[in-house]
Design a protein around this ligand. Structure first.
Ligand code: KIV
Length: 277
């Protein structure tokens, strides 16, 4: 079995200037394919609310949803490090609730680490979760759980004030002990500054090439979710097209009586058969 990717692997990769690959996964069979393909880390993102459950945004995703999907991903994964996203309100009410919920993603969901959106506002929760020996990855920039505060899914950090706040939050998170930070939808030159300032890796999504690693929503990069494709997504395959072609062929062959063919059926002894008439 290939050596597992861990928190130490994240830090080692930054030190050695090696890029870290991360993709989202929400189910057993996809996790197995991605893990076998060699991805370093699987994020069970709350983006599952949109791409798996059909919600408009991530705000309706619950702890039960996250645990359910984390468990499935964990069953399909051998090497990759599994990160469970903490959903909206699971770390906003109190420090105690935050630690309990982070612990559930580890204990029940079998994740190896958790991800929280935000900086200074949630730093007490981040510290308490790390104190409970749970590795944390931060998330700054366009944090989708704040969509209503941002007034939509908009690039963050373009003004001096916003950019300085993101840099400050990144340094605060590092000081609090997070092992990496996701930077979402921020200008490339801002993510370069942050990446150079930090000793821990940055993982970019819509943050340009200077980050220490990249993450994409698997459904976006494989062309399975076409409701909306952000500018930063590169589509590496068109699985919607392949699935549609396969399904159309199945319907046609089945209606024409070409499927199932002999090789897809089971036989029965003539002697047994004769007794059935
Ligand atoms: O939920 C998610 O998939 C994420 C990534 C977009 C970073 O947070």
């Amino acid at each position: 079995m290939a050596k597992k990717f861990t928190v130490s692997s994240f830090l080692k990769a930054k030190k050695n200037n090696e890029k870290i690959s991360m993709l989202t996964a929400y189910d057993y069979s996809t996790a197995k394919i991605l893990d076998e393909a060699g991805v370093d880390s699987l994020l069970v993102g709350d983006s599952l609310g949109m791409v798996m459950l059909g919600y408009e945004n991530t705000l309706q995703v619950t702890m039960e949803d996250m645990i359910h999907h984390c468990k499935a991903v964990a069953r399909g994964t051998e090497r990759a490090m599994i990160i469970g996203d903490m959903p909206f309100l699971s770390y906003h009410v109190s420090v105690e609730e935050s630690v309990r919920n982070a612990g559930r993603l580890i204990q029940e969901g079998n994740a190896h680490a958790v991800k929280l959106e935000g900086g200074e506002d949630i730093i007490d929760k981040v510290k308490a979760i790390i104190k409970a020996q749970i590795p944390v990855i931060g998330h700054l920039g366009l944090t989708p759980q704040s969509v209503n505060m941002f007034g939509g899914f908009k690039v963050q950090g373009k003004s001096e004030k916003q950019a300085k706040k993101i840099i400050e939050d990144a340094l605060l998170l590092q000081e609090a002990g997070v092992f990496a930070i996701v930077l979402e939808c921020v200008p490339e030159k801002l993510s370069k500054i942050i990446t150079e300032k930090l000793d821990i890796p940055t993982i970019g999504i819509g943050a340009g090439k200077h980050c220490d690693g990249q993450v994409l929503v698997t459904q976006d990069m494989l062309g399975m979710y076409k409701n909306f494709t952000p500018k930063f997504v590169k589509q590496y395959a068109d699985l919607s097209e392949s699935i549609e072609a396969g399904v159309k062929m199945y319907i046609e062959e089945m209606k024409k009586g070409e499927f199932p063919a002999k090789e897809h059926t089971f036989s029965i002894d003539e002697e047994v058969l004769n007794k059935l008439y």
